[in-house]
Write a protein that binds this ligand. Sequence first.
Ligand SMILES: [Zn+2]
Length: 120
Amino acid sequence: MHMVVDVERMLRVRTTPGGKVSLTALQAKFVRMVALLIIKADELGYEFTFGDAYARSGHMDKSLHYSRLAIDLNLFKDGIYKYETSEYKELGEYWESIGGAWGGRFGDGNHFSLAYGGRK
Ligand SMILES: [Zn+2]
C-alpha cells in the first residue's frame, strides 16, 4: 500500500481568522513534522524508538519538552543503537530543512524541537 504525503500541507500551521498562531496549532504542526522525520528515517534505512516527547520533569529548565514542542528519538541502523550526535547529522539536517531546531547543534543529537519563545 502506497501513501502519498503532502509535505507542504503537513508543514502549514493553522492560524486564527485574525492570523494568529496558537500554541496548540504549533504543537500540532510539530507532531506532523515528527511524522515527516520518521518517514525520512525509514527512507534512509534507519529506525527510531521513542525517547521523551512531552515530559513533566527531567529536562533542562524551560525545556521545550515541557511545552510539547520537543522529542528525543533513539536512532538505530541494522538494529544497532546509534548514540553519537554525528550519526544523527543527516536526519538533523533534514529536520532543519523542514523548519525544526536540531539538538545536534548543541551536543544533543537525538533532540528534535520546534523553536518557540527563544527556546530550542
Ligand atoms: Zn530532548
